[in-house]
Design a protein around this ligand. Structure first.
Ligand code: NAD
Ligand code: MG
Length: 405
């Protein structure tokens, strides 16, 4: 249905996680094309002031916040402004605005496991799903991809690396397998984060402020810390395995500090096809919104003379063990990636709160993985139960590390 609706007039979009970094970039692109897109719903966790401002500007039909107190506050402000916008609260409301019949496109930009149920709801309703929320796919990979196929959803990767690979491959409908179209490897580029070249010893003292100061990208705090530990690249390796039906050994991580090549596909004839651009998430967002067409994103064209050179190096898995942990979790299969993700979310939150050191993030994830038995990940209930169990274990491990400090 969503594929036909351009002929019908503007496409209707729900933005899950509208107040975040990806959400704001999405609204920026949409506002450039009022004839093509109309907003159905905007959702936020707790940032009610930002959501109020977005409601004023973008006039959605529905706004959703996590808690009823924030929803009540927003309802009052919108009534004062005489704006007829329905305000709702909680996860059932997120699911509803993701699967609503009038919605064509869902931007899945909630951070972390909190995005899984609404993103899956959009998939099951057969929407065009723009996937930024990589944690949802990492947690439930096989089940998620099965539902995409079963329900006829159109899944477009927004993560810049996966969006780049998508652009470097033949169209999905013409693709049987990577080997079937002559692809031998996917080259996943990584900036290396703010601590590229640092030793394990130097990394022990880093602060949340240093970790969140990414050299090339401006992002939410959780993904910024993931970029600093290289867990982000680990999650992306798992994400790429599911999106492109690749085995972990078919994916090579290439550190490329300029973040200009967003990733590449290597073919059996020796060709390596890359997608380049300024590091600005509005490019993959515009691509996902308009695919297979192209629309303006407000991003300046790359100035190659200004960039002058491109560098590449292998990742340092000794100083950054999270990449290895993610690869091992993917190889272990089943619920292991969900456990990795849950332990990482808890550890990153503790690091940002000052309750855990930077090196403690990998320690916590590794100890939770070691204490977990891999189970089949074919049922959502089991995945969610393992997620909850891994969170409890991670909490205990963080508490015992704090006592030892
Ligand atoms: P962010 O922290 O800036 O925004 C997160 C959004 O999710 C906010 O709107 C927040 O209110 C909402 N949210 C958080 N917790 C919630 C909860 N429990 N329930 C409902 N809503 C909740 O994060 P971001 O940087 O925009 O990243 C969003 C997602 O996109 C992440 O999964 C991230 O890995 C992915 N991603 C981001 C970038 C980037 O450049 N920022 C690039 C690639 C992928
Ligand atoms: Mg990325």
């Amino acid at each position: 249905m969503s594929e036909l609706s351009t002929a019908r007039g503007p496409q209707t979009v729900t933005v899950l996680g509208a107040t975040g970094s990806i959400g704001a970039s999405t609204l920026d692109v949409i506002a450039r094309h009022p004839e093509r897109y109309r907003i159905h719903a905007l959702t936020a966790g707790t940032r009610r002031e930002v959501l109020l401002e977005q409601c004023r500007r973008h006039r959605p039909a529905v706004a959703v916040l996590s808690r009823e107190v924030d929803a009540a506050w927003l309802r009052e402000r919108l009534a004062e402004a005489r704006l007829a916008i329905e305000v709702r609260a909680g996860e059932p409301a997120l699911v509803e605005v993701a699967e609503a019949g009038e919605v064509d496109v869902v931007m899945a930009a909630i951070v972390g496991a909190a995005g899984l149920l609404p993103t899956l709801a959009a998939v099951r309703a057969g929407k065009r799903v723009l996937l930024a929320n990589k944690e949802a796919l990492v947690m439930s990979g096989a089940l998620f991809m099965d539902e995409v196929a079963r329900c006829g959803a159109r899944l477009l990767p927004i993560d810049s690396e996966h969006n780049a690979i998508y652009q470097c491959l033949p169209p999905p409908d013409a693709r049987t397998s990577l080997g079937g179209v002559g692809v031998t490897q996917l080259l996943l580029t990584a900036s290396g984060g703010p601590f590229r070249g640092w030793t394990a010893q130097a990394l022990r003292a880093v602060t949340p402020e240093q970790a969140c100061a990414h050299p090339n990208w401006s992002m939410g705090r959780k993904i910024s810390v993931d970029s600093a530990t290289l867990m982000n690249k680990g999650l992306e390796l798992i994400e790429a395995c599911w999106l492109f039906a690749a085995r972990p050994e078919q994916i090579q991580v290439v550190v490329h500090p300029q973040s200009v090549i967003h990733s590449m596909a290597a073919y059996s004839d020796g060709s390596v096809i890359a997608q380049l651009g300024n590091p600005d998430m509005r490019t993959p967002i515009a691509y996902g919104l308009a695919w297979p067409e192209r629309i303006a994103a407000g991003v300046e064209r790359l100035d190659l003379f200004q960039i002058a050179r491109l560098d590449f190096e292998p990742p340092d898995e000794g100083a950054f063990p999270c990449l290895r942990l993610a690869r091992e979790a993917m190889a272990a299969g089943g619920t292991a990636p969900a456990v990795l993700n849950a332990a990482n979310e808890v550890a990153v939150a503790a690091f940002l709160d000052g309750r855990l050191g930077f090196a403690g993030i990998a320690e916590v994830v590794e100890s939770v993985l070691e204490a977990s038995h891999v189970q089949p990940a074919d049922e959502l209930e089991r995945i969610l139960a393992e997620d909850a169990r891994a969170r409890r274990l991670a909490g205990q491990r963080i508490a015992s590390l704090a006592m030892a400090r």
